[in-house]
Design a protein around this ligand. Structure first.
Ligand SMILES: [Zn+2]
Length: 200
């Protein structure tokens, strides 16, 4: 029996699903992977993991010092993006709250350093809380990408991995409906097993 830690490490090593490299929103949606046996490997499980996830995608510099509250914001955006992708794949109307969350993340980003006034040295401009600014910028980039993905021609290729219990989304190339060879192998094995038990 593999430990949870081993399972998480394995998922980190799982290759990106098709489309993730071009779309950070797709990568975010796929950052909590459902594994056989009812486990979930969350790549944003801790602030340190979330920071690594952001720096790997050039969405934050090394040493940002992500706090738990920032990590929660990222996980919350993930739920909204997943909800929108699922609606698009199912051809269903989106939840208004999910649309609002994307628009909010896109527009909340500060556009300019604020004007501050030091009692001795006088006026100056600065970003009051650099970590917050970095995180809000990352959230805005991901939200804008989600909006692009949903409205671009790529949206027609968006699909959910067809190998239960996998919950990843991908951009289809040809007939392939799996996010990875591992999921494809599992789906084929499950089909072969179903055929065997049906003929017995
Ligand atoms: Zn999959």
């Amino acid at each position: 029996m593999r430990s949870m830690e081993e399972l998480v490490r394995e998922e980190v090593a799982l290759p990106s699903a098709p489309g993730e490299d071009e779309h950070p929103a797709l990568a975010l949606a796929n950052s909590a992977v459902a594994l056989p046996g009812g486990h979930t490997a969350d790549l944003l499980g801790t602030p340190a993991q979330a920071e690594q996830w952001l720096t790997r995608r050039d969405l934050a510099p090394e040493g940002t010092g992500l706090a738990e509250v920032c990590t929660t914001q990222l996980r919350s955006l993930r739920e909204q993006v997943r909800s929108l992708l699922a609606s698009r794949v199912a051809g269903q109307p989106a939840l208004p709250a999910a649309i609002a969350a994307i628009n909010d993340a896109m527009t909340r980003v500060p556009t300019a350093p604020l004007l501050l006034w030091d009692q001795k040295t006088g006026p100056y401009r600065a970003t009051p809380h650099p970590t917050t600014a970095i995180v809000e910028h990352a959230l805005a980039v991901i939200a804008a990408d989600a909006a692009d993905l949903l409205t671009s021609p790529d949206a027609a290729r968006l699909t959910a991995c067809a190998s239960p219990p996998c919950n990843r989304f991908l951009l289809k190339h040809g007939r392939r409906q799996w996010c990875s060879t591992r999921c494809g192998d599992r789906a084929r094995a499950a089909r072969a097993y179903a055929r065997r038990t049906a003929t017995e």
